[in-house]
Design a protein around this ligand. Structure first.
Ligand SMILES: Cc1cc2nc3c(=O)[nH]c(=O)nc-3n(C[C@H](O)[C@H](O)[C@H](O)COP(=O)(O)OP(=O)(O)OC[C@H]3O[C@@H](n4cnc5c(N)ncnc54)[C@H](O)[C@@H]3O)c2cc1C
Length: 279
């Protein structure tokens, strides 16, 4: 196995342009599983781990910038992330065990594009943006536009994830994260949900954002439910109607971890629990 290990971002981008078939390596927690299975034998590796600037978390007055190499463990330690983006912290705390959290990175989780990526539902409701770099320049994608399908992204050849941008949200009235797996530790999601809700003084919905992972090839925002609830009070009758709309936005499958039926039932229960939680 040949490994290229650049020490600057410019060198990394230049090497990736020259070797577009190289496999970027961050924490290696997804890559090593594939390598062990034999699918990556003989590939040229572009090891990003020496890019110190991509390990940083920086704040501006309006947002946080999370470098692609920030680990799930680092995200759980950072005061500003805990204060402003608790759903992301909750998600990171459910990823594998402590060893996986200490090596696995946010950029690797996104680039791996698993339908069960646990950071995705929180990033979807926080309206994250993903900044990409290549030797040709920079571009930004709204988080929801990164994914093209199971394990597929819209990254172009020679492009790397540089960082994730998160605008500081206004304080929500309610927030929610729940991962449902076979057991409470080290489990891959059967379904994973994140929600943010802002209410007006009269109790009507000012804004709702709700996302589900593991319920379709890519993470889904429940846009039908979100727009249905705008301006309405989440009374039992309204919540019942909203929950019935969930099906419009997701398309789960039967697989070795769960069934379509179970995933739908649990997701409906999670949405109902979130919408009724303040009443
Ligand atoms: C035992 C175990 C348990 C796990 N549990 C969970 C879990 O509960 N939830 C969950 O979501 N995941 C889980 N994972 C998956 C994995 O740990 C995460 O997806 C992790 O965030 C991957 O990050 P990494 O840095 O290790 O990625 P790597 O393995 O280094 O890379 C993953 C992929 O992303 C690409 N890549 C990495 N960085 C970049 C970049 N900056 N730009 C472009 N492409 C890039 C690589 O080429 C590769 O294709 C688990 C894995 C294991 C082995």
């Amino acid at each position: 196995m040949k490994v290229l290990r650049p020490h600057s971002v410019d060198d990394a981008l230049e090497l990736y342009e020259r070797h577009p078939d190289a496999v970027p390596l961050a924490g290696g927690t997804d890559f090593m599983v594939a390598w062990n299975g034999g699918s990556e034998n003989g590939r040229l590796i572009l090891d990003l781990s020496a890019l110190a600037s991509w390990r940083r978390i920086r704040d501006t007055p309006s947002m946080l910038r999370l470098g692609a190499l920030v680990t799930h463990w680092q995200l759980q330690q950072e005061t500003l992330v805990k204060k402003k983006f608790p759903l992301l912290v909750d998600a990171c705390a459910t990823i594998g065990g402590r060893q996986i959290q200490s090596r696995g990175t946010l950029g690797g989780n996104i680039a791996n594009a698993s339908p069960a990526g646990d950071t995705f539902a929180p990033l979807a409701v926080y309206d994250a943006r993903v900044r990409l770099r290549s030797a040709a320049g920079r571009r930004k994608l709204p988080f929801m536009d990164v994914f093209a399908g199971v394990k597929k992204t819209h990254l172009r050849p020679g492009e790397l994830i540089e960082l994730v941008e998160l605008d500081f949200p206004k304080k929500p009235a309610r927030q929610f994260f729940r991962k449902v797996g076979t057991r409470s530790a080290s489990a891959i999601s059967k379904t994973v949900a994140a929600g943010l809700l802002w209410l007006r003084r009269d109790g009507t919905v000012r804004e709702l954002r709700f996302a589900l992972g593991s319920m379709a090839p890519t993470v889904r925002r429940l846009y039908s439910v979100e727009s249905f609830l705008l301006g309405k009070k989440p009374t039992p009758r309204v919540v019942k109607e909203a929950v019935a709309l969930l099906e419009a936005d997701v398309d789960p499958i039967d697989d070795l971890r769960s069934t379509r039926f179970y995933r739908m039932e649990v997701s409906r229960n999670l949405l109902r629990a979130f919408l009724r939680s303040g009443s």
